[in-house]
Design a protein around this ligand. Structure first.
Ligand SMILES: Nc1ncnc2c1ncn2[C@@H]1O[C@H](COP(=O)(O)OP(=O)(O)OP(=O)(O)O)[C@@H](O)[C@H]1O
Length: 702
């Protein structure tokens, strides 16, 4: 079906959309679509893909263009914007009233439709889910796959345009095949992925410390304000909803106009936040910063977003690219800061690998999902760990571009000092190196532990850090290479390094080396067979500890113990004093006891036996139960101690752990069949894993 446009596309661009010229290959794409070719567009975030189908829909004054979108919010925005331009457009989705649906159907059946565009969902029976954002290659893959043949069966001549910002070469092939697009009559526009106006930076920390990280973010926003003389629009992305709430409150306490945005907030409030944010960022009111999960992503199109901060690691490279793509859509410079620590990377890893299996199972044919896959996350981790390659070229390379890093002129085409690696090479390398080496620094001067423990610690810390210098001594002097400080910095330097160990002790793959000496010898109590390492049960979300609970009161430890149902062994716990210069030894001992008591309380419930069965699959004696709880308490305490540099940080972490342990008394947390797609579950899952690990230590797999 070939048509020539009734109205010149360029005139529409100028008169209706108010832009003087086309961007990238917009013009060619629009002409190909008007001619009736199938069109595949791969173009970076913010390039203007929407106009590539909107202009042909208006220009060819015949028939109606159906826009299939995976996202209700995106649909709504576009419908509103097009209506403001007096274009006949409707949406047909779960929000459309029955009357309006009838009107639309009548219009379509009239044979002379007045509608130019009709927006519909990829899966109309499915409520819009926050997790679908940037994920159509996964959650919607099956819907699109079914839609392709069905559509072609009924409308063999109708051209299809597919547009995406994040498709690796294999996903491109899959999209074209799934939608049954014509290979012969196809116009393919592949744009470079690069977003040259975005400054990418990775801020390394040795372990996420929420208080200092939030404060660093507040400080960054204040500095930006001082430099620009007015507020700037920004988005802070977090994996967990609770974190969004916490950061938003923290920023508000620091006089920054911030709001949370995630799926647990009511629709009306979200709509208000979005509209307030759309007018904010210029000092004239509104909301300046949105602290959001991925619920706030694809389809967000505000030109003047000056910064995107990833408070923690996104679950995929595609997600990272999509989310940073919300910045600088007006073409002006904008900053994208990714906070990275290995502890967080390990959490994300665990989370993604668990949920990926479910996703793969859903794919009937074609390549496995790439987004939110362990491979995609690993690439993102590699990107963050790499302090020597330009961020821009690394991103483009992930999406399949071939770029030679050896040729500075080539690199310059991608990045003109618009990333931390290119702008501050020495400093970036040193920051990354120091966060790694500081782990040794924290431990080395104070540990007089047996050589085995030390080498284990060092090995674990250094795993996966192949491309880093490994200098033995820690230098606190952040001296720069001569060029780095030659010019006055225009970007805010990263916050001070966090001087804490840099690894999730929760996730050590090697045996845990406790800081306590205990008369219970490792692996003394061996049961006949070891428990299987079955996947952990899905769990629901515990509420976070209230802020007032942040600092724990250790004094009621005795009460915890007294109410314990187990015949608690009189465990003599000796602290290895050499580990404990940060936190007073007696506080660590008390904390250990409190954790032990809290663990015992979990097993005070009626469901204790079934929980033990889940953990060990074999009958367990009271002595062994006590040993498992002891190991778990030691490990939890050790983790908290390892990951904190201050007493306050230690107390906060312990408070959060105690809260999680308390939540685990609820048997539903062990049995729930709800999906573990929420980061809030992670601490619960970690405790369960540690318990399992403690059990397997007692029954080593043979
Ligand atoms: N030719 C143009 N000149 C100037 N601005 C344009 C042009 N084309 C589109 N834009 C504007 O660029 C912004 C981004 O467009 P759009 O939302 O279509 O991007 P996109 O490619 O779909 O991005 P994403 O994949 O990130 O959603 C919009 O505000 C749009 O109006």
């Amino acid at each position: 079906m070939s048509s020539s446009p009734s109205v010149e596309p360029l005139r529409l661009l100028k008169d209706v959309f108010g832009y003087p010229e086309f961007r990238g290959q917009q013009e060619e794409i629009i002409h190909a679509a008007c001619k009736g070719s199938d069109v595949f567009v791969l173009a970076p975030t913010g390039m203007g893909k929407s106009l590539c189908f909107q202009i042909p829909a208006i220009a060819v004054n015949r028939g109606v263009t159906i826009v299939v979108s995976p996202l209700l919010a995106l649909m709504k925005n576009q419908v509103t914007q097009l209506r403001q331009k007096n274009i006949q457009v409707c949406a047909y989705n779960s929000d459309t009233s029955d009357d309006e649906k009838k009107e639309i159907e009548a219009d379509l059946l009239s044979g002379n439709s007045e509608l130019r565009l009709l927006y519909g969902m990829a899966a109309p029976d499915r409520k819009q889910s926050a997790h679908c954002v940037s994920e159509w290659g996964h959650d919607f893959r099956e819907d699109y796959r079914r839609m392709g043949p069905l559509f072609r069966q009924h409308f063999s001549e109708v051209p299809i345009t597919a547009l995406t910002a994040t498709a690796t070469p294999s996903v491109q092939v899959d999209i074209i095949r799934s939608l049954r697009m014509s290979e012969k009559n196809m116009f393919k526009a592949i744009h470079p992925f690069n977003r040259a106006n975005l400054f990418y930076e990775v801020r390394y920390s040795s372990a996420p410390d929420s208080a200092s990280q939030m404060e660093a973010i507040a400080e960054y926003i204040h500095t930006l304000y001082r430099r620009r003389g007015r507020p700037s629009s920004g988005i802070i992305y977090c994996r967990a909803r609770n974190t969004c709430d916490e950061i938003a409150s923290h920023l508000r306490r620091r006089a920054i106009n911030a709001r949370p945005y995630h799926a647990r907030i009511g629709r009306d409030t979200l709509a208000k936040t979005l509209s307030d944010w759309e007018v904010g960022g210029d000092g004239e009111g509104g909301v300046d910063v949105v602290c959001a999960t991925i619920a706030f992503g694809m389809g967000i199109d505000k030109g003047d977003v000056r910064y995107i901060i990833h408070y923690d690691l996104p679950k995929s490279f595609e997600g990272y690219y999509q989310e940073t793509g919300r910045a600088g859509r007006d073409g002006q410079p904008a900053k994208c800061i990714l906070y990275y620590s290995r502890e967080d990377a390990m959490r994300a890893r665990k989370f993604v690998s668990d949920s990926y299996a479910t996703r793969v199972a859903k794919v009937s044919d074609g390549p496995e999902p790439s987004q939110r896959s362990p491979g995609s996350l690993e690439s993102l981790i590699k990107y963050a760990e790499n302090a020597t390659s330009c961020r821009h070229t690394s991103i483009c390379r992930y999406f399949g571009e071939t770029i030679s890093d050896n040729d500075p002129d080539v690199v310059k085409q991608y990045c003109n000092h618009m990333c931390d690696v290119c702008k501050y090479p020495g400093k970036t390398r040193q920051r990354k190196t120091l966060t790694v080496e500081l782990q040794s620094a924290v431990i080395a001067p104070i540990v007089k532990a047996p050589p085995r423990a030390e080498s284990l610690w060092r090995t674990t810390l250094r795993g996966g850090d192949e491309d880093e210098d490994r200098r033995p001594a820690v230098k606190r002097n952040l001296g720069e290479s001569s060029n780095d400080f030659a010019k006055k910095q225009r970007v805010e330097p990263p916050p001070p390094l966090v001087t804490k160990p840099f690894q999730s002790a929760y996730r050590l793959s090697k045996p845990f080396k406790p800081p306590f000496r205990t008369p219970l010898k490792e692996q003394e109590n061996v049961l006949p067979t070891g428990p299987e390492r079955s996947p952990s049960p899905p769990i629901s979300v515990p509420a976070p500890p209230p802020e007032d609970d942040d600092v724990i009161d250790i004094s009621d430890e005795a009460t915890e113990r007294a109410s314990s149902p187990l015949d608690m062994a009189d465990i003599e716990v000796q602290l290895d004093a050499s580990f404990s210069t940060k936190i007073q030894v007696n506080m660590r001992e008390e904390t250990y006891s409190r954790l032990y008591g809290a663990l015992q309380k979990i097993f005070a419930t009626r469901d204790a036996d079934s929980i033990w069965t889940k953990l060990s699959k074999k009958p367990v004696s009271t002595a062994i139960k006590n040993d498992v709880l002891n190991r778990c308490a030691r490990k939890l305490e050790f983790c908290a101690h390892s990951l904190c540099s201050t007493e306050d940080g230690y107390k906060r972490r312990i408070a959060s752990l105690l809260h999680t342990l308390s939540a685990l008394k609820d048997p539903r947390l062990w049995n729930s069949s709800s999906s573990r797609n929420d980061e809030d579950d992670e601490e619960v899952q970690e405790v369960i894993d540690i318990l399992k690990q403690a059990c397997s230590g007692i029954h080593p797999p043979r």
